[in-house]
Ligand binder design. Structure first.
Ligand code: SAM
Length: 292
């Protein structure tokens, strides 16, 4: 009997690194207008979504990335009402944002309608609560064009993009970050998916270098996500309001309390603050980028 299929992540081919996953069942596979999409069942990680050979989300460890990309900027800001998500097709980030009753409107700008369509069927745990929430607005467009043209202003921008390849490449450019700054309200915070520094050092250095030319406070915070292979994942941080990163554990805990103290599985006020304490090799890369 033929063995089971294995699906391999090719994101790190250049580094000579491949992660392969034994497939229980392929749930969905297609070449969309923008990228190759495959969703399969894995015995440990559950549902796994890959776009262009890069793992995007798994049902087993999604909570770590989604909670840290959402609750850190929103609780750091403290009064976020208008939130913009760029990318985020599976709606995992949107589901966490809408747990914040203080948020009046969440706008998500996703380039690939197929990712949202397929997520309605295969990630209903995210899309169910999101698509039925009147505060949610979905725009199918290139994130670069949206931030370059919109006249709206946002308190928090969350860039939940693919890696800097294909349609996602433009979301790591200076022009994109400058356009994001243009539509940020006073005290606004922007966070970005910024790769795994140990295996993708240039991605973080490049983005933080751009941030440092545009914002007073430019850096990153970290979390470890099992299927984002290579150790810590970096989440880019950019704002002109330095006080938001310095919010104390007490203040963050009070804001969580005021938000109804909704349940989390990774994020806590202590983890929030600790995430900005960077290991030396990442701190030095950030410092180099700031000076570049
Ligand atoms: N958390 C995942 C990660 O860290 O790799 C990302 C998840 S989410 C599925 C990424 C989304 O970004 C995809 O749905 C993709 O279609 C979208 N995307 C890529 N380039 C884009 C662009 N230029 N504008 C808007 N959305 C984009």
């Amino acid at each position: 009997m033929a063995g089971k299929r294995w699906i391999t992540e090719t994101l790190y081919d250049e580094a000579g690194i491949r992660m392969s996953y034994e497939v229980e069942r392929v749930l969905y596979e297609m070449q969309t207008e923008h990228q190759h999409l495959v969703l399969f069942e894995h015995k440990w990680f559950g549902k796994m979504l890959m776009l262009d050979g890069a793992t995007q989300v798994t049902s087993r460890d999604e909570f770590i990335y989604h909670e840290m990309m959402t609750h850190v900027p929103i609780f750091a800001h403290g009064r976020a009402r208008e939130v913009l998500v760029i990318g985020g097709g599976d709606c995992g980030i949107a589901e966490e944002v809408l747990k914040h009753t203080s948020v009046a409107r969440l706008t998500q700008v996703e380039i690939d309608a197929s990712v949202v369509e397929f997520s309605k069927e295969h990630f209903s745990e995210f899309t169910g609560p999101v698509l039925s929430d009147p505060r949610f607005e979905l725009i199918i467009d290139d994130g670069m064009r949206f931030v370059a043209e919109t006249d709206r202003r946002f308190d928090v921008i969350i860039v939940d993009s693919t890696d800097p390849q294909g349609p996602g490449a433009v979301l790591f450019t200076f022009d994109f970050y400058a356009a994001c700054k243009r539509c940020m309200a006073e005290r606004a915070v922007m966070v970005t998916q910024n790769g795994v520094p140990f295996l993708q050092p240039d991605e973080l250095v490049s983005s933080v270098g751009h941030f440092a030319r545009l914002f007073v406070d430019a850096g990153c915070y970290i979390a470890a996500i099992p299927t984002y292979v290579g150790g810590h994942m970096a989440m880019g941080w950019a704002t002109d309001d330095v006080s938001s990163r310095r919010a104390t554990v007490q203040t963050i805990a009070q804001r969580h309390q005021a938000a109804g103290r909704f349940a989390t599985n990774y994020w806590t006020p202590e983890v929030h603050q600790a995430a900005f304490a960077l290991p030396r090799f990442i701190a030095e890369a950030v410092e180099r980028a700031r000076r570049s």
